[in-house]
Design a protein around this ligand. Structure first.
Ligand SMILES: [Zn+2]
Length: 79
């Protein structure tokens, strides 16, 4: 796992529709808010976390791409 330097992210478990693993939003201060589904647990929750974490690692919010394009590329990679 890559360690991110100078990047804060905050994780909150919140109610989300069952099929939604998580949502990631950038904050004005350069940090991120990661919202994960409070109905998921164990490996499923870890997979949700890793999916959102990869968005941070890949600087997906800086890419200027729409979220559908980003997710389509992600699923091609199998993550
Ligand atoms: Zn995603």
């Amino acid at each position: 796992m890559t360690i991110l330097e100078n990047c804060d992210y905050y994780i909150r478990l919140i109610p989300l529709p069952g099929s939604v693993g998580g949502v990631l939003t950038p904050n004005d201060d350069g940090s991120y808010s990661m919202y994960l589904n409070d109905k998921h647990f164990g490996e499923m929750l870890l997979d949700d976390y890793m999916h959102e974490y990869e968005h941070i690692l890949n600087c997906d919010f800086d890419a200027g791409k729409c979220i559908r394009e980003i997710e389509r590329e992600r699923f091609k990679k199998g993550a």
